[in-house]
Design a protein around this ligand. Structure first.
Ligand code: HEM
Length: 525
């Protein structure tokens, strides 16, 4: 019998073909009429090659464009001593000690473009996709634990201020602090960002935080509020501006390189996942709102409890498929995990899949890196750009609607429990949350710093603010005096703004000051 398959030169895996499976006999010369004559338009091989190249780029992420993906696993601890974690969440991946779940992580910077320097003073993204047996769970966080704003409606503004000037393409302190000076809730984040923690040494030596408040749900439908923390077993390391400048002179991608090299050496980086819990209510006894992502929860009252560890042991080979197309979202949860009413979280949950439908395409969830690896997918969704396959399931694949009595997909039956959640009543309104308390935790953070960290923070802020307009400088010194007297005095001294210069400033419109804030203001007078 003739072996038909061996007839084509393209069957040899070493032979170049086009995407139609045609062997390429000449990859150096277009088809022309004579060696010096005009090109012909029917030259399929040339047209396919060039037009595919023309489409090589997809839009980079609007934020977090520069990043690196790695793969590994999560291993659950299952219990705290005699207390099973199942008492607080029924999420399957946390239940048994030693249970492993495959995962992908993407570390990133926020503001720069895809090829920007990894030495930037910038929050770092810390996004984890768990491929669980109940479908995917994404935990999309950062390395600083808090954020600049607490309401998603302000996100485009904070990012525009932080992004390079749209004309000069330089990041400008004038724009950043113009915005921040009118946004008192940003003080806690700024005190972190301009401290040495604002430039992590690399991705292996940084913490991660879910930042927003989520919920856990147990078998009885009881909910608790939770915050997630990732602690690196490698320790935490940061860089000063001088360190960063030296590294940047050699490499724009030192952190990506570091991760690839460590994994290649078999030094698999590891993080422990810890969870803080609070009863699911508004906690009037606290001086902050548990749904406010500009706040951390005091560890002495809400101790972080370890629930498992993550190990990264494989780097991707296909940067585009694994890193550019991977798509995380805060709406991607599994049974036993839930949202809170955190006003950032709801906004984020809309934004991620919205941007991914545009950035990657409407069928981004069919891509191998995004589709669940261990849970079946059966939907009636069909078609759209770049559909790769029809989701299976149902006795009759022609029935792409529900309900049907002719063999289509059927709704799942709730296990023992129905939807959980509090009963909510209230007037429709636009209002800032009570208990804004914008300065206290920023001040506590400053006081916890070692002397060299305080010095570095002051130096970095002075460097930035000295390039800002006078009214912005004065307002920032006013805020820092409210954060912590010493911080305000030192920054003010560095930029030539004295407390007397700012005593006449009124609180910002609608600002919600605490009694402590008012006491500090009166001291300024
Ligand atoms: C990426 C929106 C707040 C962490 C993104 C992207 C958008 C976005 C549009 C690009 C996603 C993509 O193209 O795939 C928002 C909005 C926010 C917000 C609207 C506030 C309302 C936050 C906060 C954090 C965070 C508070 C940290 C806790 C991340 C991370 C990524 C990201 C880590 C990169 C994910 C990846 O590596 O692909 N965000 N974000 N974002 N965001 Fe946010």
């Amino acid at each position: 019998m003739t072996d038909v398959s061996s007839k084509s030169p393209g069957d040899d895996p070493k032979v170049l073909t086009n995407r139609q499976g045609h062997p390429v006999y000449d990859n150096q010369n277009q088809r022309t009429v004579g060696a010096r004559g005009p090109a012909t338009l029917e030259n399929y091989q040339f047209l396919e090659k060039i037009s595919h190249f023309d489409r090589e780029r997809i839009p980079e992420r609007v934020v977090h464009a520069r990043g690196v993906t790695a793969y590994g696993y999560f291993e659950a601890y299952g219990a705290w001593g005699d207390e099973p974690i199942g008492r607080h969440t029924r999420a399957a991946l946390f239940q048994e000690r030693g249970r492993r779940t495959e995962l992908a992580v993407r570390f990133s910077t926020v503001i720069g473009g895809r090829d920007s320097a990894e030495t930037a003073r910038d929050p770092r993204g810390f996004a984890v996709k768990f491929y669980t047996e109940d479908g995917n769970w994404d935990l999309v966080g950062n390395n600083l634990g808090v954020f600049f704003i607490r309401d998603a409606i302000k996100f485009p503004d904070v990012i525009h201020a932080l992004k390079p000037d749209p004309v000069t393409f330089e990041q400008q302190p004038r724009r950043i602090f113009d915005f921040m000076s009118q946004t008192p809730e940003s003080m806690h984040m700024l005190v972190n960002l301009f401290s040495p923690r604002g430039i992590p040494a690399d991705y292996r030596h940084m913490q991660g935080f879910g930042v927003n408040t989520y919920k856990w749900v147990n078998d009885e439908g009881r909910t608790v509020l939770v915050k997630y923390h990732w602690m690196p077993k490698q320790g935490v390391r940061s860089m000063t501006e001088e360190d960063a400048a030296n590294v940047q002179a050699q490499s724009l991608g030192h952190a990506t390189k570091d991760l690839y090299e460590a994994v290649a050496r078999g030094e698999y980086p590891e993080w422990e996942l810890l969870v803080q819990m609070m009863d699911d209510n508004d906690h009037p006894e606290l001086d902050f709102d548990p749904l406010d992502d500009t706040k951390t929860w005091p560890e002495q009252d809400f101790p972080p409890r370890p629930v498992g560890r993550m190990v990264l042991d494989r780097m991707p080979e296909n940067y585009f498929a694994d890193n550019e197309q991977i798509s995380f979202g805060t709406g991607v949860l599994v049974d036993g995990l839930d949202f809170s009413d955190d006003k950032m979280l709801v906004g984020r949950t809309f934004s991620y899949s919205d941007t991914q439908r545009y950035r990657v395409g409407p069928n981004y969830l069919q891509l191998p890196v995004n589709q669940p690896k261990h849970a079946p997918v059966h939907t009636n969704q069909r078609d759209g750009q770049m559909t790769y396959h029809i989701d299976g399931g149902g006795a009759n694949p022609l029935v792409n609607y529900e309900p049907s009595i002719t063999g289509g997909l059927q709704e799942a039956v709730y296990p023992a429990h129905e939807e959980q959640g509090p009963e909510i009543r209230g007037r429709l309104t636009r209002a800032r949350i009570p208990r804004a308390n914008d300065y206290q935790q920023a001040g506590q953070r400053y006081l916890l710093m070692e002397q060299w960290e305080r010095d570095d923070l002051v130096k970095n802020l002075v460097g930035q603010l000295s390039r800002c307009d006078r009214p912005v400088q004065e307002r920032m010194v006013w805020h820092f005096l409210l954060v912590e007297n010493e911080l305000g005095l030192r920054v003010g001294e560095g930029i030539g703004v004295s407390p007397q210069d700012v005593t006449g400033l009124e609180p910002l419109a609608g600002q919600d000051l605490t009694d402590e804030d008012r006491k500090r203001l009166s001291r300024l007078g």
